[in-house]
Design a protein around this ligand. Structure first.
Ligand code: CIZ
Length: 331
């Protein structure tokens, strides 16, 4: 007689009530005198419970100014790392340390160091300007750090007789080169979210919404920027929509969670996220959502406060990155 085969049941994940989680987070936060910082690209619920929201520039500055000894950074790894580097005395917790960045991954420190050496050997006299979406080890190799919010101002600080090596976002670099008139050597990186917008779909959306305003992040490729009415980082997008009192329709080409703070700030407008297109099949997908940002959840925020972990731990090479970050973001 054969015995019945026992099937192992799949582990069931129990969804916790978001409101209960929010209450728990509030209590833990008060007990630990912690502050929650959330980037505009994380889920709206997290932005709503945060003490500070913003782009990476504003959040890095907020982290240095707040008195709280503990920060929970809802964003991606390089953002938590930058907060720790600028505020070493604070405990910086992150809901999920695996929340990375396709741009940061595209530019490993050893490959950058080798490329810089190659350029110098060929006689190039340059300064390296890095987008903040890089690891601390890469920042330590650079002369300046820019965010979408301060890039033009920082590029103006690079001596006119120096060439510029811009890493890692080729699209942002190309855009900055065109608006500042500074030629740049570009690292071939790009953001997985901003690269997926299809020109055909954007043109179709424009036709379907006559009079709409296309607002695109400068991480988008040139063909998207060429047909955009407003080009800027997330803080610039917020300022722009808030400056227009009458109802408009905005087609927004950036991470789709950005609609949340736009809606909160200027609810008189209609916002339509530009869809992402899978290059493999040509189909519309939810790829205008950053999978790394999506690792931040209410449950993980509660857990990291409860366990005081995961934490961004100070590394010896942070000291070198500290100089360039302070000079670029705080001075
Ligand atoms: O600078 C940032 O925070 C990023 C990555 C985008 C933006 O424009 O806010």
């Amino acid at each position: 007689m054969s015995l019945p085969v026992l099937q192992m049941a799949e582990p069931v994940t129990v969804e916790e009530d978001p409101l209960d989680l929010m209450d728990e987070i509030e209590t833990l936060k008060r007990q630990q005198d912690a502050a929650i910082l959330a980037h505009f690209y994380v889920d709206g619920d997290l932005q709503d419970i945060a003490d500070f929201t913003g782009d990476s520039l504003k959040l890095a500055r907020d982290a240095t100014r707040i008195p709280n000894p503990t920060i929970v950074f809802c964003g991606v790894h390089f953002m938590g790392e930058s907060a720790k580097i600028l505020s070493p005395e604070k405990t910086v917790l992150m809901p999920d340390l695996q929340a990375g960045c396709s741009l940061a991954e595209s530019c490993p420190a050893d490959r950058l160091a080798a490329y810089q050496a190659e350029l110098r050997a060929k006689g190039h006299d340059f300064q390296t300007v890095a987008y903040i979406n890089t690891t601390a080890a890469v920042k330590a190799l650079c002369d300046w750090i820019v965010t979408s919010g301060n890039a033009r101002e920082i590029i103006d600080r690079v001596p006119a007789d120096k060439e510029i090596l811009f890493v890692p976002d080729q699209h942002l670099g190309r855009y900055l080169s065109s608006v500042t008139g500074r030629p740049m050597i570009l690292w071939p990186g790009s953001c997985m979210v901003h690269e997926v917008f299809s020109i055909q779909d954007l043109l179709r959306a424009k036709r379907n919404h006559p009079g709409s305003i296309v607002m695109a992040h400068p991480e988008c490729p040139a063909n998207i920027l060429e047909i955009s009415d407003v080009i800027g980082g997330t803080e610039k997008m917020r300022k722009y929509v808030a400056s227009i009192p009458e109802k408009k329709t905005f087609l927004v080409a950036t991470e789709a969670n950005m609609i949340h703070p736009l809606m909160k700030l200027a609810p008189q407008h209609e916002y339509i996220p530009v869809p992402g297109i899978m290059t493999s099949t040509g189909e519309t997908c939810a790829c205008n959502r950053c999978p790394h940002m999506a690792r931040n959840t209410l449950q993980k925020v509660r857990d990291c406060l409860k366990n005081r972990s995961p934490e961004i731990v100070w590394q010896p090479y942070f000291a070198q990155a500290q100089d360039v970050l302070k000079r670029s973001l705080l001075q």
